[in-house]
Ligand binder design. Sequence first.
Ligand SMILES: Nc1ncnc2c1ncn2[C@@H]1O[C@H](COP(=O)(O)OP(=O)(O)OP(=O)(O)O)[C@@H](O)[C@H]1O
Ligand SMILES: [Mg+2]
Length: 445
Amino acid sequence: MVVIVYITTIILSSSIIDTENIFSRNNIIVLVVLVLVTYIISAIVSNKVTLPLKRIEKGMKLVSEGKFPDVSRLKADRDIAEYKDLIRSYIAMLRVIKKNTFDLNSQQNKTEIILEHMADGVIAFSTERQVVHMNKAAMRMLNITDSDDSFERICKKLNLNIEFDQIMYLPNYQSLELKAEMGELALSIVFAPFFSDELNPMGIIMIVRNITDSVKTDNVRKEFVANVSHELKTPLTSIRGYSETIMNGDLTYQEIIKFSKVINQEANRMSRLVSDLLQLSKMDYNKLSFNKVSLNTVDVLKRVCEKVRYEAEQKSHKLELICAENVPNIYVDKDSIEQIVINILTNSIKYTPDGGLIRIYAGPYEDRVYIKVIDNGIGIPQKDLDRIFERFYRVDKARSRKMGGTGLGLSIVKEMVDGNDGTIKIDSKLDEGTEVTMTFPTPKK
Ligand SMILES: Nc1ncnc2c1ncn2[C@@H]1O[C@H](COP(=O)(O)OP(=O)(O)OP(=O)(O)O)[C@@H](O)[C@H]1O
Ligand SMILES: [Mg+2]
């Protein structure tokens, strides 16, 4: 193109050149103008020709910085024949890179969101043993605020005696599980090495799982089995011992009666234990239905008082029922409300020295009814109050057992109160007495 312009200019100018004096002033001016015109034309032409290339180059630079160029101007250059294919391929390439980058970013975002919202803690360590990623759950469980941590420091914090290389070179891509404790948390820690596509080791992944609840449940289960076995073993040992003694003969009639009474007492205790356990198990599996009806509160309490009066009189206790005027009805299951109050009253009778005073109060409380049992018995130490509703929990095991107790009474009470939408609270002072306050719903108007 430049060459064509140049030749045309020479042909045109040849007509105005003074051929007689080649170095005349005129000729020099014509030559300078000629050179200038040629330069300007060639500059314009070459600029038009190289501009698309410059745009492509600039675009590539932007791509390498992770940005995407505007290709609208480049599209306009597509009519330059020489660049048609190049521009088309360049724009197509940009489109592919843009799509792949978007796919990659959304995949990464998805992974990050999953990691951040996982209940398990996830930490990735580089081969230099530094943390390269740590999700919120891991930070929370391990009480770490700074992700700039290392494998050694984290293992030390968890009291884990394990070397980085031990995990890094585990055979056949296996993982390693360890147990650890962090304050009140019981943790399961799984370590596994991770590799690049070319199977080069890239570091270690550590998964931290909070297993506190399952450890607690496991302990409760073990404790429960141990308690049941113990509670059954004690009466069984007495029954066996006394029955063998009777069978061996050489006993007076009085002795036989005495030993038989013990056998009978122990057998009763065993059957009470089994029926209490059955009742708890029914409640655990929601098999016990609470058939709620409207009941006259005072009538319920009077009935219950009559049922325990004999037991109270045996220990010379004074039993008083004090009800406010117009106590509203309660909306509860008839059998369970009786059992709840009987269990509470039996405790007061049992754990109050002879000649005690047991008072039952009832009255309206906001839109509910309260029932309060107050005794002046031995009381419960403050430290035991929190655990008093636990199965088999007894303040003084020996004393409770001597009184025929199994330690299940209050746990049954708690389940039944909950089943009847009630509330229960126990306040007590050692050697002064105990106060049990319950509230129950009234029938809906
Ligand atoms: N009114 C009370 N005064 C003093 N201690 C009490 C009173 N009520 C309960 N306790 C204590 O709480 C423990 C748990 O009571 P709970 O009724 O669950 O079991 P228990 O009376 O020993 O046996 P069970 O009721 O199964 O026959 C008792 O062993 C006793 O130590
Ligand atoms: Mg009891």
